[in-house]
Write a protein that binds this ligand. Structure first.
Ligand SMILES: [Zn+2]
Length: 72
């Protein structure tokens, strides 16, 4: 019953408001803001937007390898 609105969605263009099961999937892609060069980690389905300055043009960060968590 408690249907909370999606956080951080200014231009709500959601196709499936009820299918929000992807929120817990920790798979995120890092982007680089085209304005302030901040690194923005976005998950699937999240709006492309910088969290620092609100810029909407993000570039995909060039990762040297696959996503690994300090596994060296
Ligand atoms: Zn920015």
């Amino acid at each position: 019953m408690s249907s909370q609105p999606y956080q951080g969605s200014t231009s709500a263009s959601q196709a499936n408001p009820n299918a929000v099961d992807n929120l817990t999937t920790g798979r995120s892609v890092e982007y680089v803001c085209g304005d302030c060069d901040a690194i923005v980690a976005l998950k699937r389905g999240e709006p492309i937007r910088c969290r620092s300055c609100g810029h909407r043009v993000l570039y995909k960060q060039r990762t040297n390898r696959m996503v690994q968590f300090e596994a060296r």
